[in-house]
Every structure is written in C-alpha cells, then in structure tokens.
Design a protein around this ligand. Structure first.
Ligand SMILES: [Zn+2]
Length: 46
C-alpha cells in the first residue's frame, strides 16, 4: 500500500484516503510526500 506523509502537519495519509484530490484530509495541505513501503533505503544486508 502506498502511503504519503503530509509536508505541513506530518500526518501519514493512506493512498485509499485520497480519492481524486491529492490533499491531506487532516489539514488540507496539498504537499504530500510519497513514502516507500518496508523501509526502502535503510535495508541492511546481514
Ligand atoms: Zn496535513
């Protein structure tokens, strides 16, 4: 599942909460940053 972080209030917004408008449902901010699932970058091989 894709998640977004709101740039304004820092809320995590699930992609399913966003329908047509890319917009934070909490503060109405329009800048959302796509988050990578499962940690993305910081995976370390052991
Ligand atoms: Zn927000």
């Amino acid at each position: 599942m894709t998640k977004y972080a709101c740039f304004s209030c820092g809320a995590t917004v699930d992609a399913t909460e966003i329908k047509e408008l890319i917009r934070c449902p909490y503060c109405g901010g329009r800048v959302l940053i796509k988050k990578r699932p499962e940690g993305g970058h910081h995976v370390r091989a052991r």
